[in-house]
Write a protein that binds this ligand. Sequence first.
Ligand code: HAM
Length: 422
Amino acid sequence: MNEDARAKKEIAAIKGTKDILPAEAGNWQWAEAAARQIFELYGYRELRAPVFEATELFEKGTGRASDVVVKEMYTFIDKGGRSITLRPEYTPSVVRAIVEHRLDLQPEPLRFYFMGPMFRYDKPQKGRYRQFHQIDVEVFGEKDPAIDAETIEMAHALLARLGVTETETLVNSVGCKACRPAYHRELKAAAEKTGDVLCADCRRKIDTNPLRIFDCKVEACREAAAMFPRIIDHLCDECRDHFVRFRSCLDLYKIPYRIDPLLVRGLDYYTKTAFEIVTTKLGAQNAICGGGRYDDMMKEFGGPDLCGIGFAMGMERLLSVTEPRPVQGKVLYVAYLGDEAKKVGMKLARIFRRAAIECLLEFKDKGLKAHMARANKLGAAWVIIAGEDELRKGRYPLKDMGSGVQTEGTPEEIIRAIQESA
Ligand code: HAM
């Protein structure tokens, strides 16, 4: 490509990223507001961590054997020679922040939420992006399996508020440090027996972390994995008891669920409870929510021995199964005729905006008819006509665009009338 052609070539959004245009952004704001409101009702508070972190955080937290760390991280060396990674998930950042700021010493419950972009260099497809957004919640210091069920109940409360139906909740237990080594040995032996059936990647995982074979999407590996010993049959007494009590709490909330013994989740840190909420409305990328318990991460990060549990929902997937909700507020259009009237209009618009009334004022000279046509096109609920005469009288005509009725009033009277009709 020559210089000219290169200069003319359009710069487009990077593959796997997308713009959220104003027509869609209202929906995002609506879902985010619902999430905030619900999480705060359950005692969660927002914790905002940086978009990039030391690479080591995710290697240690997300796990060196996970696909996310091995294949999908956006990692680079910064100008200071440090290895930096754009966060592929949020959980390790929250744990780091708690340890760093000793949040565990505060009297508040350790319940946090966050919404923001995550980055994974995965193959883009419908429902899978390289920059995507998560709604994430995390709770710390609660061993009781009732909290595992409560977080799932809270996820369902949000889905219900957003009108998301046709979901299925999948649960499993992935054991703990006590029961996993023996299970790993059995799993390893079973995987080794399959010979060349498994893909090269999975054959490598036999030695590094055989549990990760369950994450493989290759059909032959999935078929083989379905025959492997199941972690759920190898739980220690504590994990088995936790799983039973967790499920009885789901029953208490009347949340239907299915035990999926192959659900091990793609990240290395999970202990005991693992869960996903999937929707039947999406294709291959059908998980709208994934989470579980991770009782060892905080200690491994050099912090206190505090257990954790949480989940993350994918915003793009979530919004693709909600009904779009255009939240068009009522708008007041300010029409004016001529330069002097324009100044009046500018002052009036300021008064209305300060009274929290959405107000449109455009700076192109127009006749009254053209102003009305424009107001109509923009879907304005009212038009106020600003002129020098009106300024002198201190009273302005206001047209209700729905009924066509025209009234008159001072700015204060107009504000009151608009507020009453809203
Ligand atoms: P995860 O299962 O990797 O878990 O991601 C959670 C959710 O994020 C998925 O269920 C999906 O909806 C969405 N998601 C993941 N990758 C993509 C992608 N490439 N494009 C679009 N959406 C995506 C975690 O991230 C854990 N940190 C969840 C957690 C919190 N566990 C405990 N606490």
